[in-house]
Design a binder for this molecule. Structure first.
Ligand code: HEM
Length: 431
């Protein structure tokens, strides 16, 4: 039986713009309780379809993935990322993915562990002279340092400082454009449009300079590998523009996500004394931080943290052609959103979903697409193993060196809905 997807009436010409933009998760959670796992609603001049059942998500990300391209939000990201892996689609994406995949192979990731460890150690050494740190800032800084070093093999000195200085503005600009459906077109010379263009120019010049240098001085970094890589089918290497787009993409996708995963994980652990004690106990026997990957309990804690605070909290797609999700019809051009944060709390698939219970990962989730912090299907996160290695190393290094660290305030921080799910206010830690 074919059915149209039920629409939530709004009574306003702007649809649900205000409540959706103010607090998207609160809005979606409220509507899901009333309307169930599939409904549609208007936000300004757009009609969005929200889905929350793992079967529907499996259909979009895996079974019929060719029918679903990345949506408008991703195209806005392309202003900064160009046609990198995250934003591209179709045969171009497939060819890029095939070319870049080997650089993210599990064995390759092991060679980055030392760099991750070096920067984690530098960070905790710096902390020894402090009594207090701000968690989000520190995690963002260290993950940016790690990604800069692994991709480009530059320390955050001269070139790196330029990245650290300019990238955050470019990201904030992108987020504003994505979250505000009424953003001014980019060709209008507003102050922030002009600043964005000049920031991208500075970052571009820097990246092109490094690409030229690397071509003469190949190393063990990711960029050197990308320069050497060839598409297995065509034998072609990547052009300078392609290299630039991928470097920019990996910068963005490869640090903010992991920084937020670390922030939420530590934030939670520091609120639960029993959990912290058990972790300190487990960590005592770990010699090299990267060996934590083999510790079952630590992996369950990380999985549970990514369940409760999925850094990529929302994904979206646009239908090329008609399709069906269960009994419901999808029309060409339909825009569909879905949230790992919400599916990870679906009561049909998770017991006590609001409680932090690492042991729930003793068995596999009830449905493959009931747990997808890294997405799924062919477009699953290419950096999954990289991120997990980095989180393990950072977590072990921090807890080993500062086992008594504590939250300055036990007040709940709330959420800031950026490209990633960020804490609503800065989290301060007493060392
Ligand atoms: C905890 C950390 C991370 C999380 C939660 C995460 C999550 C995700 C998710 C959910 C997607 C799929 C998006 C979609 O289908 O629309 C994705 C894609 C991607 N991620 Fe990650 N990611 C993380 C870390 C990383 C790292 C460290 C890198 C690179 C070093 C990276 C690079 C990418 C790229 C390039 C894509 C696009 C892949 C493609 O479409 O072929 N991510 N990530």
């Amino acid at each position: 039986m074919k059915k149209e997807i039920p629409e939530i009436p709004s009574g306003s010409i702007f649809g649900h713009l205000k409540s959706y933009v103010n607090d998207p998760l609160a809005f979606l959670q409220k509507q899901q309780k009333i309307h169930g796992d599939i409904f549609t609603f208007k936000v300004a001049n757009r009609r969005l379809i929200f889905i929350n059942h793992p079967d529907y998500i499996k259909r979009i990300l895996q079974e019929n993935h060719r029918n679903y391209k990345k949506s408008e939000a991703y195209r806005k990201l392309a202003l900064l990322l160009g046609d990198g892996l995250f934003t591209s689609d179709g045969s171009y994406w497939l060819s890029q993915r095939r070319t870049i995949q080997p650089a993210f192979h599990r064995d390759q990731i092991k060679s980055y562990a030392q760099t991750m460890n070096d920067f984690s150690m530098k960070m905790v050494d710096r902390w020894r002279y402090k009594t207090e740190i701000s968690l989000t800032t520190e995690m963002t800084r260290v993950t940016l340092q790690i990604i800069s070093k692994t991709i480009l093999n530059i320390d955050l000195h001269k070139e790196g400082q330029a990245v650290e200085q300019h990238l955050p503005f470019a990201l904030k600009y992108m987020v504003n454009r994505i979250t505000s459906p009424l953003a001014t077109p980019t060709w209008i010379p507003t102050r922030s449009n002009v600043k964005f263009k000049s920031t991208v120019k500075i970052l571009d010049e820097l990246i092109y300079e490094i690409i030229q240098y690397k071509k003469q001085h190949l190393g063990v970094d990711l960029l050197s590998q990308l320069i050497l890589l060839q598409n297995e089918h065509t034998g072609d290497g990547l052009s300078d523009l392609q290299l630039r787009d991928e470097v920019m993409t990996l910068f963005l996708a490869g640090h903010e996500t992991t920084a937020m995963a670390m922030t939420w994980t530590l934030y939670y652990i520091l609120q639960d004394e029993a959990l912290r004690s058990r972790l300190i106990y487990e960590i005592r026997s770990i010699k090299n931080p990267w060996d934590a990957i083999g510790n079952y309990f630590i992996q369950s804690v990380i999985s549970e943290s990514l369940r409760m605070f999925a850094p990529v909290w929302i994904l979206s797609r646009e239908a090329n052609d008609a399709d069906q999700l269960g009994d419901y019809m999808i029309h060409p051009g339909d825009r569909i959103i879905f949230s790992p944060y919400m599916v990870h709390r679906h009561p049909d698939f998770w017991d006590n979903p609001d409680q932090f219970i690492p042991e729930r990962f003793d068995k596999l989730p009830a449905h493959k697409f009931a747990y997808f912090p890294f997405g799924g299907g062919p477009r699953v996160c290419i950096g999954e193993h990289f991120a997990l290695m980095e989180i393990n190393i950072l977590l072990v290094t921090i807890l080993k060196n500062f086992p008594k660290m504590s939250l300055k305030s036990m007040e709940q921080v709330g959420y800031d809905y950026s490209i990633t799910l960020r804490p609503g206010s800065e989290i301060y830690i007493n060392l």
